[in-house]
Ligand binder design. Sequence first.
Ligand SMILES: [Zn+2]
Ligand SMILES: [Zn+2]
Ligand SMILES: [Zn+2]
Length: 628
Amino acid sequence: MKRSRSGSRIDACAACSKYSLVFDSRSLESIRVSANTGCRYCQLIRDVINSYTPGLSGAQKITAMGYGQPMQLSWDTEEGRPVRITMYGVPKDSLRVQNEAEYRPPLVTDVPEILCDTGSQKAIARTRAFMRECKNDEGCSPSKSYLPNRVLDLGHPIRLYKTRNEQGRYVCLSHCWGTEHGLLKTTNDTLLSRKRGILESELPKTFLDAVIFTRRLRIRYLWIDSLCIIQDDDHDWQREASNMQSVYRHSYLTLAASKSGGPGEGLFSIAPEEFKLRKIPFKSNRGIRNMVSVRHSITHLGSRDQFPLLKRGWVFQERVLSGRVLHFGPQELMWECMCYTSCECGNVGTWDADHEFNKFWFPGLFTESNTIPWQHMWYSIVENYTTLQLTFEKDIFPALSGIAQQMMKVRNAKYLAGLWDDSLIEDLLWHRRREVRWGAAVGTPPCARPGVWRAPTWSWASVKGAVEFQYDERAERAHRFTPHIAGFDVQIDHRSKDTTGQLKKAMLIVFGSLASARIRHDHGETMNGTDAPIAIEVNGKLVNRLESFIDYDLWSASENHITDGETIHCLTVGTWQDPEKPYGEIYYLILRSCGTSDEDAFERVGLLVLSSAQDCFTDVVKRKITII
Ligand SMILES: [Zn+2]
Ligand SMILES: [Zn+2]
Ligand SMILES: [Zn+2]
């Protein structure tokens, strides 16, 4: 046992004090032994475990995590069910805290209880409290605005209402269409009857819950995409889809059915008893000194599996564009506006509830300012968006068009098939996200190109799955970029008037340096975790150990199949220079000839990075080419 200087420090066993109460896989038995010999922390952990799973076998492994608070304690029951507990208010007296700044002193009385019912009257009061806390710094709550073209009027009966340029407040619903089974839609056939009235018994559970919640908020109008857009009318759909930006942007509040995978699952949930706080006494050396609050850990937005909505591509812009989003989670309500995030349990913002993405990652998207780093913000948007799923591959641009339109307004640049004219050359340097990084899976293996053409090969939208731009590290280390493409011209045909929507055709014409080589299906060494390594052969000499990224599964049988040894062309895009290193990194697009009569037409198949010391190309020609 440690002796304290002041005499009031808490007795802790070697394991607890050494590791700051952070340990992986200690057996319950060893914790019991330390508890019996006087470690106050082990006594606490033992008591917490007893409270949830009395009689657990001593062989079970226990994990404790978290410097400061709240701490996490986890173990499996005898049946293998994981138990994850959050502990608030554990005093740290004998513990070494690695990062004092991260440590928040115990404030047990401040731990908020959750409502355990996100559909209750109290949930309305909680929502109003979230609203009051919002400082509206970034324009989170819109002033009265024009209603969308159609809304649901929640009088009795509910009816689809065609608006006539009037102003008012409305709520939006963000939901998963699921398999569309049980989804209620408006079509040309049902339009008239929807205008006459919609029976509440017809509404799928999520819609009905949204109606109930909106009425309780005393808002008369509700906007639900499947009902307010005529689903089998291409003209109506194109027009309304390009208007989505404004619909979400001006909603009074967006209700997100985040925990639901389909319209039948509802908005509301009731959390079981274990999610309520329990008080466990923590004994100091001089008797009971403190009560530690514990509860089953509440799932936050980082756990995508518990939030099926947040995996959907369309939902991304609904979330980014809405000023204020109320997430209906599996246990609690979560609030997200442009200026802050919060939740009932108070853990949002702590490491336990870390987000993969957060609305206020994109501050300034709604303000006109010269100081906003638009280019990097866009990369972050694309990197997040491309991790999400789309039911229809052709929606890749429409499902992002609201954000693109918004950025177009404030960035004052042209949107070109997912890239921007004021940063186009650097924008070309996207690549498929690596499968593995630092030993953790981050991307997916290369797969086929989309079934139906949706974007030119120089756009990130031409590949399936997550893409990256690698801009973070460079920005941090003040790397300099020197473009090697002298000029460019982009020609795009859109399917509608919306320049951020679906494309018909697009080409990029550049004047640059081109070198030919043969592409080799490399089985050799990989560089920097490159998951699908290639080699190139220049003048009969093999260049191996390249940092390369392929855009799709090049070698598998498909119409885009490439054979081992086929001729490819490397277009020099630019050099990134780390000021502290003698050699820069040269980025090339790997192109292949389209094999058409137009010998200047190429398509992109990957990205290649060579150190300027490694630059192996000998026969470089400067010419004008078209990439499609
Ligand atoms: Zn201990
Ligand atoms: Zn706010
Ligand atoms: Zn929470």
